[in-house]
Structures are given as structure tokens and as C-alpha cells.
Design a protein around this ligand. Structure first.
Ligand SMILES: Cc1cc2nc3c(=O)[nH]c(=O)nc-3n(C[C@H](O)[C@H](O)[C@H](O)COP(=O)(O)O)c2cc1C
Length: 221
């Protein structure tokens, strides 16, 4: 696939078919993802690919925890307050999601159903979890993980798979630790839901807004 087509065509998929992904296909993606750049070629990442029964169990426990209102305790703290421009874009995404799904703002039940779907990883048959050693400074390690994760999403797209990078998938790292035997000395950074896109789901097709090039590019010449 042409690179530019992959960069533009990849988008967050928020409903997957339940079809399993062949192990050999996932191996091909991870094999090629090795070529992602990292600080000093340190390659600080470690990935766990959870599928099958362990994933079903993870989804069950995660839903249970969210329904019970269990307070999230992610290994990477979440942004609490956003600068105005970003707050605006975040809000716009929320509105687009509700509009596309035809959920009225005041329909709390329908919104909760959507969030429960997110807790169930949008039915993805695979969750890839990215980890780093706990004793690393997070700043550059996060950059390294980001580079690898985008590479993985593009490689997945090239193979006909959809992906959704999901902070929501790592709200309860202890659940992941127990299901995937992730050692205590690893920090769970982010998860990526992987699977075949359900093309009939409107949220997999809405038009995504982006800032204009001039809004974030400064020329110094
Ligand atoms: C670090 C990170 C965390 C994200 N977490 C979530 C999430 O928990 N749930 C979700 O639906 N999308 C999540 N996303 C997807 C973003 O909403 C998405 O990338 C953004 O809206 C741009 O849309 P696109 O990926 O379709 O181009 C996350 C993306 C990133 C990079």
C-alpha cells in the first residue's frame, strides 16, 4: 500500500467484527514494527497481545469494574485540564460521536451504553498493550512508544485491520497485570484494539476534523 494512502486512510475504528485475527498476521506486524525509531536505539517497548479467552475475561472484569464505578488508576497519569484550543477539539470529537450515533446529549443511558462498548474494547478480538520498564523516565519513552504504536497501526491498516489506540483500555493496569502476567516493574502505557472493522457502523466513517497546516506550522527562514 502506498504510504500516503495508509497515513490518510488509517482512522480509529470503534466497532470491530468478532472474526479472529490469524496469529501469523499479527506476527508479521510485530516483526516489521521492530524498525520503529527510538532514543539511542534503546527500543524500550514491550508489547502484550491479548486474544481469545484471556481477552474475554479482561473485557468482563473491566466492564464489571466500570459499572461498579471503580476509580481508574492508570500507570500514566491523565491530563486533567486541557488548554483552550485542545479542550475545544476534544469537545468537538465528543459531539461528533454523539451526532454520528444520533444520541441526544441528554440521553444518559445511550451515552453509558456507548462507554460500556468502549469498556468492551469495541468488540475487538485483540488488545495490544504497550509497556515500558518502570525505572525509565517516561518523557522520551512515551515518544518511543508513540512512534512504535503509530507504526503498528499503519502496518495493521496495510493488512486490512482496523485499530483504535485506547487510553480507556489501560485505566485498570492491575487487571491487565493479572490477565497478561505483566510484571510489576513494567509501566502499562497504552492499549491498541485491533480487528477487522465493522464497515456498517457509522462511527467508523464520520469525517474527522483536523487543524489546518498553517495552524500548527511555523516557518523560520
Ligand atoms: C494516546 C491516545 C489515546 C486514545 N484513547 C482513546 C480512547 O480511550 N477511546 C477512543 O475511542 N479513542 C481513543 N483515541 C483515539 C483518538 O480519539 C483519535 O486518534 C483521534 O480522535 C483522531 O482520530 P483518528 O484516529 O480517527 O484519526 C486515542 C488516541 C491516542 C493517540
Amino acid at each position: 500500500m502506498e504510504l500516503r494512502e495508509a497515513i490518510k486512510g488509517r482512522r480509529s475504528i470503534r466497532k470491530f467484527k468478532t472474526d479472529e485475527i490469524l496469529r501469523s498476521l499479527l506476527e508479521g506486524i510485530m516483526e516489521e514494527a521492530r524498525w520503529s525509531p527510538s532514543w539511542g536505539n534503546t527500543q524500550p517497548w514491550e508489547f502484550y497481545l491479548i486474544t481469545g479467552q484471556p481477552l474475554a475475561e479482561l473485557k468482563r472484569l473491566k466492564r464489571e469494574k466500570e459499572l461498579a464505578g471503580g476509580p481508574p488508576a492508570p500507570d500514566i497519569p491523565m491530563q486533567e485540564k486541557w488548554p483552550e484550543a485542545m479542550k475545544g477539539r476534544y469537545g468537538e470529537l465528543g459531539r461528533l460521536v454523539l451526532d454520528t450515533l444520533e444520541i441526544p446529549r441528554e440521553d444518559k443511558e445511550a451515552r453509558n451504553r456507548y462507554y460500556l462498548g468502549m469498556a468492551g474494547l469495541f468488540d475487538a478480538p485483540c488488545l495490544l498493550v504497550a509497556c515500558i520498564p518502570r525505572d525509565l523516565r517516561v518523557e522520551y519513552a512515551m515518544l518511543d512508544i508513540g512512534l512504535a504504536v503509530q507504526t503498528i497501526c499503519l502496518l495493521a491498516y496495510d493488512r486490512g485491520l482496523g485499530s483504535c489506540i485506547m487510553a480507556a483500555s489501560v485505566l485498570y493496569p492491575d487487571l491487565l497485570r493479572s490477565i497478561a502476567a505483566i510484571p510489576e516493574d513494567r509501566r502499562v502505557v497504552v492499549g491498541v484494539a485491533l480487528g477487522y472493522p465493522d464497515e456498517s457502523y457509522p462511527l467508523n466513517h464520520f469525517e474527522r476534523p483536523r487543524a489546518k497546516m498553517e495552524d500548527f506550522t511555523n516557518w523560520v527562514d
